[in-house]
Design a binder for this molecule. Structure first.
Ligand SMILES: NC(=O)c1ccc[n+]([C@@H]2O[C@H](COP(=O)([O-])OP(=O)(O)OC[C@H]3O[C@@H](n4cnc5c(N)ncnc54)[C@H](O)[C@@H]3O)[C@@H](O)[C@H]2O)c1
Length: 263
């Protein structure tokens, strides 16, 4: 019997992060060809080290904020004999990446236009440029799927008190980009439907990544099932969205958040 994703070639941006790594592992194990990409650096190196021995894994450096790199990437991938039929807009500036380890987080009044624009450029403009390149190189040539990655903080506001005294905060530009990316999903869904390309948004909830007991307690009280997610629990739903089983679904946001958005 063939594997559930053996007919899928899945291109992922920002694939070396916490969730990206779980997606790569799960998609590879279910028979997909995974075309991973990220900024050059320690995450990319760790990913190449971990998955480099898989025959169905390839990796490319890609900065999603660089227009010329995005214009080149699908051509390079296709020249290398790969034809992605699923694309994951997963790369993002998260709080930790924006500030860098150890720096204190600005409050809203002191948020710089530079940080706001950097977040917009990577999270939203980067996703737009990937989608635009899909339109140019893939959509209409063969059936395809785009999955945009939002967040539990796209259509729901954060409960700010849970971040008091924490080394990280939720930040305004992040929420704005994550709401915006679902707007892109909705716009594209109708635009691409007749060309056999679906577009959906996944909105992960709070994913455990070594958070303190206190933070887990605070955020857990806001989640119906009372706890943060394991990355694998998000990857399981991503696997479904990448599969043919999701073919009749387009323009939707799937919340995978333990019920955070469901109260
Ligand atoms: N972890 C969570 O709790 C959570 C919750 C909701 C949504 N999300 C979303 O899921 C996605 C993955 O998150 P994660 O937890 O793995 O985050 P992460 O910070 O671990 O990974 C983000 C990845 O994006 C990459 N990246 C940053 N700037 C880039 C650029 N200019 N070009 C290419 N790659 C770039 C980073 O190198 C990193 O590998 C993001 O879109 C994030 O917003 C995460």
């Amino acid at each position: 019997m063939s594997s559930p994703l053996s007919d899928k070639t899945i291109f992922i941006t920002g694939s070396g992060g916490v969730l990206g790594t779980a997606y790569v592992s799960t998609l590879l194990d279910n028979g997909a060809t995974v075309v991973a990409s990220d900024l050059p650096g320690h995450r990319a190196d760790a990913m190449k080290e971990r998955f480099g021995s898989y025959a169905n894994f390839v990796y490319y450096d890609l900065d999603v904020s660089a227009e010329e790199e995005i214009e080149a990437i699908f051509k390079t991938v296709q020249t290398d004999g790969l034809n992605p039929n699923v694309v994951l807009n997963n790369a993002a500036i998260t709080g930790e990446l924006l500030m860098g380890a150890g720096k204190s987080f600005p409050d809203f009044a002191n948020t710089s236009v530079q940080d706001w624009e950097k977040t917009m450029r990577v999270n939203l403009t980067g996703s737009f440029m990937i989608a635009r390149q899909m339109d140019r190189d893939i959509v209409g040539k063969y059936p395809a799927q785009l999955i945009n990655v939002a967040s539990m903080y796209a259509l729901n506001g954060p409960h700010h008190p849970i971040y008091e005294g924490m080394p990280f905060k939720s930040f305004s530009a992040y929420s704005a980009t994550k709401a915006g990316i679902h707007g892109l999903t909705l716009w594209l869904a109708g635009y691409w439907a007749k060309r056999d390309c679906t577009v959906n948004t996944i909105a992960p909830g709070a994913v455990f990544n070594g958070h303190s007991d206190e933070f887990q307690k605070r955020v857990g009280e806001l989640i119906m099932n009372g706890r943060m997610a394991d990355p694998q629990e998000i990857a399981n739903v991503m696997m479904f969205l990448c599969s043919e089983n999701a073919r009749y679904m387009t323009g939707q946001m799937i919340n995978v958040d333990g019920g955070f958005s469901g109260w």
